[in-house]
Design a protein around this ligand. Structure first.
Ligand code: NAP
Length: 242
């Protein structure tokens, strides 16, 4: 179903984004791999080993003009943009009373505005082609809130509102827009947490294990294949939030 389609994945040099790019490559999608600071040549080779094209594009999704250029490049090279996965994200954790303006703004700029920038530009192409699947990476803390993550939780809650609004605006043209809300997934992002914090989190995961990047990637592929699910937030969290 996804064979020969074009998938754009942001922040895909490592972690969940890389796993998503690999999963879509396995489905036969050509991959436009956005990365921020660096990208290993091995990642490109791994994606190409599935017989698809991999086009790496460096830049920040927080930059409105970069997002516009990225979509222009996709149109020029691949004609269509079939799947957009807005995965790029950062944390800058701090208690609210001590949070700096920079800590708040940078997380909102990358996570929420970055998602807006990409949806804004990609949608003009998808609306013309009358098809497409947009998948935005939210988080369970966007639903529940989390002490020390007011900036991050607000960005992820914002992504959920953006996702539902986009789903309503684009539905008439056959475009779906959904969010995935991961719980705790073992990546560099969560690697900085202390063992104490990780143990406490594990106590609240009914399935009794941390999430793996492949758990999120398979959910993204599922949403991209389904053309009758839109405006939903899919928790992929081992049962953390029910
Ligand atoms: P990660 O390993 O830290 O990867 C994040 C990726 O985003 C990195 O490749 C990073 O590139 C890229 N990035 C950061 N700023 C960017 C920008 N301005 N433009 C483009 N790319 C940018 O984190 P992860 O755990 O895989 O997280 C992926 C997504 O899942 C994030 O949206 C995160 O909020 C969400 N999530 C993760 C968890 C979890 O438990 N891990 C839970 C809920 C939600 P550089 O390193 O080069 O900056």
């Amino acid at each position: 179903m996804l064979n020969g389609k074009t998938a754009v994945v942001t922040g895909a040099a490592k972690g969940i984004g890389k796993a998503i790019a690999v999963a879509f490559a396995k489905e036969g999608c050509n991959i436009v791999l956005n990365y921020h600071s660096s990208l290993s040549e091995d990642t490109v080779k791994e994606i190409e080993s599935y017989g698809v094209k991999c086009m790496p594009v460096q830049g920040s999704v927080a930059d409105f003009e970069f997002a516009a250029e990225l979509v222009k490049t996709v149109k020029k090279e691949f004609k269509t943009l079939d799947v957009l996965v807005n995965n790029a994200g950062i944390t800058k954790d701090m208690l609210l009373m001590r949070m700096s303006e920079e800590q708040f703004d940078s997380v909102i700029d990358t996570n929420l505005k970055g998602t807006f920038n990409m949806v804004r530009h990609a949608s003009s192409l998808m609306l013309k082609q009358r098809s497409g699947s947009i998948i935005n990476m939210a988080s369970v803390v966007g639903v529940t809130g989390n002490a020390g993550q007011a900036n991050y939780a607000a960005s992820k809650a914002g992504i959920i509102g953006l996702t539902k609004s986009a789903a309503k605006e684009f539905a008439q043209r056959g475009i779906t827009c959904n969010a995935i809300a991961p719980g705790f997934v073992e990546t560099d992002m969560t690697g900085v947490l202390s063992d104490d914090v990780k143990d406490k989190l594990l106590e609240n995961i009914p399935l009794g294990r941390y999430g793996q990047v492949e758990d999120i990637a398979s959910a993204a592929v599922f949403l991209a294949k389904n053309t009758y699910i839109t405006g939903q937030v899919l928790n992929v969290d081992g049962g953390m939030v029910m």
